[in-house]
Design a protein around this ligand. Sequence first.
Ligand code: PMP
Length: 430
Amino acid sequence: QPEIAELLARRQAHLARPQKNYYAAPPQIERGWREHLFDVEGRAYLDMVNNVTILGHGHPRLAAAINAQWLRLNTNSRFHYAAITEFSEQLAALAPDGLDAVFLVNSGSEANDLALRLAQAHSGARNMLCLLEAYHGWSVASDAVSTSIADNPRALGTRPDWVHAVLSPNTYRGTFRGPDTAANYLGAVTPVLEAIDAGGEGLAGFICESVYGNAGGIPLPEGYLREIYAQVRARGGLCIADEVQVGYGRLGHYFWGFEQQGVAPDIITIAKSMGNGHPLGAVITTREIAESLEKEGAFFSSTGGSPVSCVAGMTVLEIMAEERLQDNARTVGDHLKARLAALIDRYPIAGAVHGMGLYLGLEFVRDRTTLTPATEETAAICDRLLELGVIMQATGDHQNVLKIKPPLCLSIESADFFADMLEKVLAEGW
Ligand code: PMP
């Protein structure tokens, strides 16, 4: 493939190196359709990792709506146009009662930065609580609360003094194991909160994903968020739910991740899915919290909430409802999870299946007692899956969990193809 080799060499020369490819020898993708991607030679790959394109690749109606809006008008939110009003209304209607003020931005990192600023402006404090093994974005503030060493090896180093990370409540391989460990993990939060109290500077808030995405979709222990939310609020802090990956119907059984814990946050951040690939992010909060930013001046994003973005966002919601994609995430996700769970009985390397809906993780271990992560094996399994026409990647601090987050339009046949190919690879000797 001389053409690909040449393009990769030119990419190395001019695209800044930290922008990595998934694979050392990637296929050159040319076209996408629903849950499939096609390379320049017409070969199909099942895309099992793209957690942005919830409707699937190349949705013609979304493309037509974006195109029509581009031709008619695109500008910024300092002007008034109907689409921004309508889209904000729709987002507020999706959120729990009381969360009815919407900021529109362009990405998850921006949404989380803004959420952190809102918590600090509202509380008048700086300190933020977050979880270890988490990812919230690459921008300065979202990066400061991102503790996953897989995405950010610097997270092992010192964090800014306003960031307080608590033990990752990973019920599979964390310090305390098993679903009934909420009290143990909450016990680890207490000294951190006491130290913040003793510092006298107050607590601005707490940010986390309501289902632990970076570790492969591990649910938080029952009751964990209810208790932390209560303790944070008792100190005047705000609770931020980062729903960038987990929210918007991907769980199948719930629209929002926090529903699983029976709580409602003060601030929701979303991005990824809501634009199906068109850059779009949002912060949804209460009117009172939103207005606390006014003491710092007005909020403005040159492209956040543009007419094209709003139309893209509304069309995504319309298609999601028409194609019943959350229901599909539930039925196909339940089916796929059962097929993956069956692998545990047959292959010792398959340690556990995490998650629900189309937000799943299959964790590979070398030993089921020590839970030694099968990191190199996971990379080799992903490479072999590519040869069999499946795009799959590893996630987690140990890069030993398959990151199974396909488009929500995934068919049962595609889910079975993925499970069949995975089983074929495992049967080859893992
Ligand atoms: N939060 C979470 C949970 C994410 O998974 C991501 C992206 N992987 C982000 C925030 C950052 O979003 P973006 O890449 O759009 O800035």
